[in-house]
Design a protein around this ligand. Structure first.
Ligand code: FPP
Length: 247
């Protein structure tokens, strides 16, 4: 097999980290143990992404719907997030990885918000590598808020109704300033998008793997990237147009 074309390495990979609960159940362990192992996978994947040359990685760490899980699981996940942020600060700074968030982080526990603010501030000037955590994130809520803010800007005269476009609207989304994901990976064999980046994934390649998130490693990330490089992204054009470069 010929080596992959570096130009085709995805710039932005979004991941739905799924299967922590099943990983734990298969071992007779509490669900939180699966999440704990899932945090270790986050470190592995962030490091592996840098090695592969992926500049942006967005992880669906806590969805707006995840609040409906049992209270001890929700507080366990918040504790893990707090632990992750405290533990990873030095590593992120050492590797020059910028941390950002999308989602309604103002609803997270105050201690988590403080840690987030600390890590975001400490890494804000790193331009090359980016880790985006989706926290209390849901695409429909994000889009509804963006529509409201865009409407307010039109009402106040900072935007013109006749200039309305995707380009302008997208600046009101949480993801403003981030390129759209080129590749979405979901682990654990589920074939759903689950209210994740619905508009931003418009042209993304989707890769679903049966591997449970705690077992996901560098080789699995590389395999998903290899699958991506084998696919042809046509953006509505024909194969012939893509191959000849004709408009
Ligand atoms: C899905 O597994 C996973 C989650 C809802 C949370 C993902 C969270 C982590 C990996 C840990 C915290 C993250 C960070 C960045 C510190 P599931 O519980 O739905 O698994 P199941 O479908 O097998 O039950």
């Amino acid at each position: 097999m010929s080596p992959p074309d570096p130009g085709k390495i995805p710039q932005h990979v979004a991941i739905i980290m799924d299967g922590n609960g099943r990983w734990a159940r298969q071992r007779g362990l509490p669900r939180l143990e699966g999440h704990r192992r899932g945090v270790e996978t986050v470190r592995t994947v962030v490091d592996a992404a840098r090695e592969i040359g992926i500049r942006y990685i967005t992880l669906y760490a806590f969805s707006a719907e995840n609040w409906s899980r049992p209270t001890d699981e929700v507080s366990g996940l918040m504790g893990l997030l707090d632990y992750f942020l405290k533990r990873e600060l030095d590593n992120l700074v050492k590797n020059r990885v910028r941390l950002r968030t999308i989602g309604r982080t103002e609803a997270l526990p105050a201690s988590v918000q403080r840690e987030l603010a600390r890590v975001v501030e400490a890494t804000k000037d790193f331009p090359d590598w980016n880790l985006v955590l989706a926290l209390n994130y849901g695409s429909r809520t994000e889009v509804a808020a963006a529509a409201r803010d865009y409407a307010i800007a039109v009402r106040d005269g900072t935007e013109k109704l006749e200039d309305a476009s995707w380009e302008k609207f997208s600046r009101y989304l949480d993801t403003t300033g981030l390129p759209d994901p080129d590749l979405l990976i979901r682990t654990s064999g589920e074939l759903r998008i689950s209210n994740f980046l619905l508009l931003q994934l418009a042209y993304a390649e989707l890769v679903f793997t049966p591997v449970l998130w705690p077992d996901f490693g560098q080789a699995d990330l590389q395999a998903a990237v290899d699958e991506y490089t084998r696919r042809e992204r046509r953006y509505g054009q024909t194969s012939e147009q893509i191959q000849t470069g004709e408009k």
